[in-house]
Design a protein around this ligand. Structure first.
Ligand code: IMP
Ligand code: MG
Length: 369
C-alpha cells in the first residue's frame, strides 16, 4: 500500500500485466498499419511512460511526437475550452494514432478531436492503455484499448494524483476504506497491554477487538456463530479458526468507520495470522504492525505479585505459576514474532516505565507509520 498526499492506494495492475497489454497494442496497431508509417502522438503528461514503452515495442518504423492540452489561463467558462501546445509538425495526409494513458469521461478526447479537425490528416485513430467504460460519456470510437478498468481512481505508470505517482512502474488503485492503523497487540502477563489498548483506542479512534470478549459476547447473546463456537467448546474441542475469523469479520463490519483496529488475543498461530491478513485484504486493508510490549521477567513477576495482593487472582499470587505463564507466552508468540518480522511489521516496545512513558513510545511508533 502507498500514500500520496492524503490518500491511500493499493496495488492494482502489475508491471508485467502492463507490459503485456502494451505489447498487445503495439502488435495490433502494427498489423492494421500495413506499410504505412504512422505518427504516434502522445498526450502529455500522463502518456509519457506508455508512449515510451509502446514505441520500443512497435515492430516497424514510426514517428513519435507529443502534445499537451492546457486550459486557457484566466478564462472562466462552463465548457473548459482547451488549447494545444506542441503540435508543430505538418500532419497533412498522415495516419495519426493518438496515444492516451487513460480515457475516463472522454472530455480530453473530445478536445483532441476538436483540435485535429483542422489538421488534414488521412486518418485519426485513438489508442488508450486504460479505459473506464462506466465513466465514458462520449461516442468517439476507441480503436485500440489496452485494459478496461472499473470507474475508480488509479495512479502510477504516468498517472498522477495531484502531481504524485507518475514515476511508479505499476498501477495502484485508490482504497475505498480507511482502516489505517490495524494493530496486533501483544505483551506478556503484567506488561500493561490492557492499559495501552485503552489509551490507543481513544487517541487514534481505534476499535479494540479482544477475542475473549468477542467470544463471550457471541455466546452470551446466542448468535449463530456463538452457538457454533459453543458446540465445539462443549465437546472439549478447539473452535475452528474459521469460526473465530467469522466473528472477527462481524466486528470489523460493525465498525466500518473506525480508523482501525487493535486485535488482542488473536492471532495465536501462523495459520491464524494468515487468515487475519486475508480478512483485512477483503476489507481493502492490512495489518499495520504487531506491537509487543517488552518487559523483563523479573519486573513482570514483581508487578504481578504486587497485583496479586489486591486482585485476589490466584494466578497472580504464586511466583512459579507466574513464571510459567510468562514462559508460555514467549513459547506461543515466537512464531508470530517470526511471521510479522518476515513482513517487517514486528515492533517491540520497551514496556518498562510509567504508563505515560510507554504511551509516548507507542504513539511515536504509530505516528511513524
Ligand atoms: P477524461 O478527459 O475524463 O477522459 O479524463 C482523462 C484525463 O483525466 C486523463 O488524461 C488523466 O489526466 C485524468 N484521469 C482520469 N482518470 C484518472 C485516474 O484514474 N487517475 C489519474 N488520472 C486520471
Ligand atoms: Mg492524459
Amino acid at each position: 500500500m502507498i500514500k500520496l498526499h492524503d490518500k491511500y492506494f493499493k496495488p492494482f495492475i502489475s508491471a508485467e500485466e502492463i507490459d503485456e497489454a502494451v505489447g498487445r497494442l503495439a502488435e495490433e496497431i502494427a498489423r492494421d498499419m500495413g506499410d504505412e508509417i504512422p505518427v504516434f502522438v502522445g498526450i502529455l503528461n500522463g502518456s509519457f511512460m506508455f508512449t515510451s514503452d509502446f514505441v520500443k515495442k512497435y515492430p516497424n518504423p514510426c514517428e513519435v511526437t507529443f502534445i499537451k492540452l492546457a486550459s486557457y489561463q484566466g478564462v472562466k467558462s462552463s465548457e473548459d475550452i482547451q488549447r494545444l501546445i506542441g503540435l508543430t509538425q505538418d500532419l497533412t495526409g498522415r495516419t495519426v494514432v493518438i496515444l492516451e494513458d487513460i480515457i475516463d469521461s472522454g472530455k480530453t478526447l473530445n478536445e483532441v478531436h476538436r483540435i485535429f479537425k483542422n489538421e488534414r490528416v488521412k486518418s485519426l485513430k485513438v489508442a488508450t492503455l486504460f479505459f473506464k467504460p462506466e465513466a465514458y460519456k462520449k461516442d468517439f470510437k476507441l480503436h485500440y484499448v489496452g485494459i478496461e478498468i472499473p470507474d475508480k481512481f488509479i495512479v502510477g505508470y504516468g498517472l498522477d494524483y495531484d502531481g504524485l505517482g507518475r514515476d511508479i512502474p505499476e498501477v495502484y488503485q485508490i482504497k475505498k476504506t480507511q482502516h489505517m492503523t490495524n494493530l496486533v497487540l501483544f505483551g506478556p502477563p503484567g506488561a500493561g497491554k490492557g492499559t495501552q489498548a485503552d489509551f490507543l483506542k481513544k487517541k487514534y479512534n481505534l476499535v479494540h477487538i479482544s477475542t475473549g470478549d468477542v467470544f463471550r459476547f457471541n455466546i452470551k447473546n446466542e448468535t449463530a456463530l456463538g452457538m457454533l463456537a459453543k458446540s465445539y467448546m462443549d465437546k472439549g474441542e478447539l473452535v475452528p479458526d474459521q469460526v473465530t475469523i467469522d466473528m472477527l469479520n462481524a466486528e470489523v463490519e460493525k465498525n466500518a468507520d473506525a480508523n482501525g483496529f487493535i486485535f488482542d488475543g488473536f492471532p495465536r498461530t501462523t495459520a491464524q495470522a494468515e487468515a487475519l491478513d486475508q480478512l483485512m485484504h477483503t476489507k481493502d486493508s492490512e495489518i499495520t504492525a504487531m506491537i509487543a510490549l517488552e518487559v523483563d521477567d523479573d519486573i513482570l513477576v514483581k508487578r504481578l505479585l504486587e497485583r496479586g495482593k489486591t486482585s485476589g487472582r490466584a494466578d497472580d499470587a504464586n511466583e512459579g505459576v507466574i513464571r510459567n505463564r510468562i514462559r508460555e507466552y514467549y513459547d506461543k508468540t515466537a512464531v508470530l514474532k517470526d511471521y510479522y518480522s518476515g513482513q517487517n511489521k514486528y515492533f517491540g516496545i520497551d514496556g518498562v516505565g510509567s504508563i505515560e512513558e510507554i504511551t509516548v513510545r507507542v504513539s511515536a511508533l504509530i505516528n511513524s507509520f
